[in-house]
Design a protein around this ligand. Structure first.
Ligand SMILES: NC(=O)c1ccc[n+]([C@@H]2O[C@H](COP(=O)([O-])OP(=O)(O)OC[C@H]3O[C@@H](n4cnc5c(N)ncnc54)[C@H](OP(=O)(O)O)[C@@H]3O)[C@@H](O)[C@H]2O)c1
Length: 376
């Protein structure tokens, strides 16, 4: 574990240099890692671990599209893909990657298979932190820990395939075997984390629920909608309003922020833009801070978890979510976005000139294959 300085604050982190994949493989060599659930995190984590040489099996209910997806991804029924209960029986480390609502429903089954020495792994602090609402209280003899990748399971897999890594937090809730630290870090490395930072279950879930309701998803959509609406009401076209609100941000500016920070992005814009942005950012901070405090309170008092459990446990929860997503999708803002995206040069069919050029190359290639001496 290394202590690194983050803007003046020291934190414990684990990097791939100190805990290389070879060490993770060594720690996990006698374990069977059972990934329970093959939704979004399940595939990312299971496939990365499999490619990293870990003995991983998947537990998924049968007769579902998700089971078929696991088969398509190369998990073999009866060998590395099982019904949930059988995978729970076979696994020594149980990666509990069902949706948070399903984790509550399946808990009585999982509990039966948590024999002493096994480990229970989460990717979210939700089930344990809000255990008065979830009923998830693990038995004493098992290790309980989490690795929470800071991003979608889809990105976890894509970045792994590109040789990159998504950062993850880790936390130990219960160390029954004395091996919890090595086990959790080995898993964190094996699922493809960039670096791992330390947290606890409570802080993980509080920051995660705040982040996704805040700047990562809820707040950003709210700010987009507000600015777009003002521009439209003041007579700007959808094209202008969308480009000034979303397209320029995602296509031009955020990649610069990702590369070198906000100050560098500012410094690479006009001085007119810098002057205005420096004048206005604190007003936006002060206007939204009370909302962020209200949000954090709602998370910390369990209101958000309660709402999530209640709505996502209903049999028609997917349809209900889809209805609300449809409202977003059909809004003028995102319909305008669809058109703008279709006009990106990379999404355009090749121009006539290029098609002509491509045909010429194809003709040449054909001649070369058929009769190499034709090429002078
Ligand atoms: N989504 C992310 O990228 C992300 C990021 C970081 C952390 N996490 C955490 O990772 C965990 C998994 O999240 P996720 O988004 O991957 O979950 P998800 O996609 O919603 O999980 C779906 C999985 O749960 C199964 N499932 C749902 N209801 C079930 C039931 N009643 N009985 C049996 N199986 C059921 C689904 O099977 P069927 O398809 O057959 O219904 C599928 O395998 C959560 O704790 C989440 O907070 C997720």
């Amino acid at each position: 574990m290394a202590k690194l300085n983050f803007g003046g604050v020291e934190e414990n982190v684990v990097t791939r240099e100190e805990f290389p994949l070879s060490k993770a493989q060594q720690v996990l060599k006698n374990e069977t890692v059972a990934v329970i659930g093959y939704g979004v995190q399940g595939p990312g984590q299971a496939l990365n671990q499999r490619d990293n040489g870990i003995n991983v099996i998947v537990g998924q209910r049968k007769n579902s599209k998700t089971w078929d997806k696991a088969v398509r991804d190369g998990f073999v029924p009866g060998v590395s893909l099982f019904e949930i209960e059988e995978a729970l029986e076979r696994g020594t480390i149980i990666c509990y990657l069902l949706s948070d609502a399903a984790q509550i429903a399946l808990w009585p089954t999982v509990q039966k298979h948590l024999t002493p020495g096994k480990a229970l792994y989460f990717s979210h602090g939700f089930g344990i932190t809000f255990n008065e609402q979830t009923g998830i209280i693990p038995p004493k003899g098992v290790d309980v820990f989490l690795v929470a990748p800071k991003g979608s399971g889809t990105s976890l897999r894509r970045m792994f395939l590109q040789g990159r890594g998504l950062n993850s937090s880790y936390a130990i809730y219960q160390d029954a075997t004395g091996k919890a630290f090595d086990r959790v870090i080995a898993l964190g490395i094996a699922v493809g984390s960039g670096y791992l930072f330390e947290t606890d279950f409570r802080r993980e879930v509080f920051s995660d629920l705040t982040g996704e309701r805040g700047t990562l998803m809820g707040a950003i959509q709210g700010i987009f909608a507000a600015q777009y609406q003002v521009l439209r009401e003041r007579g700007h076209s959808p094209s202008e309003a969308f480009n000034e609100t979303v397209e320029e941000l995602t296509q031009s500016l955020m990649p610069l922020v990702a590369e070198n920070g906000m100050d560098w992005m500012y410094a690479n814009c006009s001085t007119t833009a810098q002057r205005g942005a420096l004048d206005w950012w604190k007003k936006f901070r002060d206007a939204t801070r009370p909302v962020f405090n209200e949000l954090y309170d709602s998370v910390a008092t369990g209101k958000e978890s309660q709402r999530s459990i209640e709505s996502n446990s209903k049999p028609d929860y997917r349809e209900k979510l889809e209805e609300e997503l449809k409202e977003l999708r059909e809004s003028e803002l995102w319909q305008a976005g669809k058109t703008v995206r279709s006009l990106r040069p990379e999404n355009q069919p090749p121009a006539k000139e290029e098609v002509h050029k491509d045909h010429k190359v194809a003709d040449l290639f054909k001649k070369l294959v058929e009769k190499p001496e034709n090429i002078g």
